[in-house]
Design a protein. Structure first.
Length: 386
């Protein structure tokens, strides 16, 4: 096991349930597909019932899964503060949809007190808060939800994961959701889909010997297509070795609708680094690419805040707005303390999700650990739990 400093990003500062729940989406007009209030009938993007399909995040959620950070060895003196952040995010989401918080059995009571009675806290041993990467990816096949266990290995054995590596198997067993073990190692934050067969992924985070030794990009692409029901995979270079995730795509590019992408951009005037260069490279690829349906992409910049005006700071601070989470009736985005940039990010998201509330949440300690709201959440598709 590596002695890697317990942080999500070590160098890039800027950087219930029944498995047979049917998926339901209804397009809600331009700029805000799949609003859950009208969920229940298949929208135009839905594949035939028998075909495997990974839906888009804006489609209906049965619930949102989160994890209660457990280890002082990971967060040290910041543990009480990151727990406050996680509870704040959970409470914000629980105002709109059902939230399940996984916590070690001896920490359930404390987590429940912090999160409030609108959040269900279940005893399931975890190590850290990154549910996006530890919870299985949910696909639909034959009208049934299946959990694809991506064999979480601590981002290539960079962080302790004795419990987090078992979350996929245990959670699916708890909710009686069929489990499929993937033939590769990956994390939920490493790819992004439009729900219509297009997958965006960073090469650095998966074509890497710390996850998939000896496997070529072509091999991994073929496995991803079969595993997730994808028609087309678009590869972005990413950044290898400079953060614990090897540059997950969910902090770089995000779909807001089929064919429409928000792209993380460094604050103007900040020195170029490997993350900003990866943003340039992504723009270069996307400007020439088409999606699975043959459509060119519309790419919109999502600028970062001024690093001199944000309320939190560390060498690992993740000051991207791109790590937002699309809930059933709201979009959750970080509030960094640069009022002008925070308002601009909120406005951009409101333009793309006009029928959802845009909820800004302070996550300074989570960001100090190199992550964001999307990293800390994982949606299960389906009809919303009452």
């Amino acid at each position: 096991m590596s002695d890697f400093r317990p942080s999500r990003r070590s160098a890039l500062r800027v950087l219930a349930g029944i498995g047979a729940l049917a998926l339901g989406t209804t397009a809600c007009g331009p700029g805000d597909p799949g609003l859950s209030s009208s969920a229940g009938t298949a929208g135009p993007s839905a594949a035939p019932d028998e075909a495997r399909r990974l839906g888009a995040e804006w489609e209906s959620h049965a619930r949102t899964f989160m994890s209660w950070p457990a280890l002082a060895s990971v967060w040290e003196d910041d543990l009480p503060y990151v727990r406050k952040d996680i509870a704040r995010v959970a409470r914000a989401i629980a105002e709109y949809e059902y939230v399940v918080m996984m916590a070690r059995p001896d920490q359930v009571a404390a987590a429940q007190k912090a999160c409030g009675r609108d959040v269900e806290v279940i005893p399931l041993a975890v190590d850290d808060l990154w549910a996006r990467d530890t919870v299985p990816v949910f696909v639909e096949e034959g009208g049934e939800v299946v959990g694809v266990d991506l064999n979480f290995n601590g981002w290539g054995d960079k962080q302790v994961h004795d419990n987090d590596g078992q979350v996929g198997r245990k959670l699916l067993s708890t909710y009686k959701i069929p489990r499929e073990q993937a033939p590769l190692v990956a994390e939920g934050g490493s790819f992004e889909t439009d729900g219509e067969g297009t997958l965006l992924i960073t090469e650095s985070s998966i074509v890497n010997d710390n996850r998939n030794p000896g496997k070529s990009r072509d091999q991994i692409e073929a496995e991803l297509k079969e595993l997730l029901g994808m028609e087309k995979v678009i590869w972005l270079k990413g950044v290898r070795g400079e953060d614990i995730t090897d540059a997950h795509v969910d902090s770089l590019v995000r779909f807001t609708a089929p064919g429409v992408i928000l792209l993380d951009r460094a604050f103007p005037g900040t020195p170029a680094d490997s993350w900003s260069r990866s943003s340039d490279q992504a723009m270069s690829v996307l400007s020439e690419a088409t999606d699975a349906k043959g459509r060119p992409f519309e790419v919109i910049d999502l600028p970062q805040p001024d690093p001199d005006r944000i309320s939190g700071h560390s060498d690992d601070f993740l000051s991207t707005y791109a790590n937002f989470y699309i809930g059933n009736d709201a979009v959750y985005v970080p509030k960094f303390g640069d009022r002008k940039a925070d308002d601009r990010a909120r406005g951009i998201l409101k333009e793309h999700f006009p029928k959802r509330d845009i909820v800004q949440v302070n996550i300074d300690t989570i960001a100090t650990g190199g992550g964001g709201i999307h990293c800390a959440t994982h949606d299960q598709p389906g009809k919303p739990v009452d």
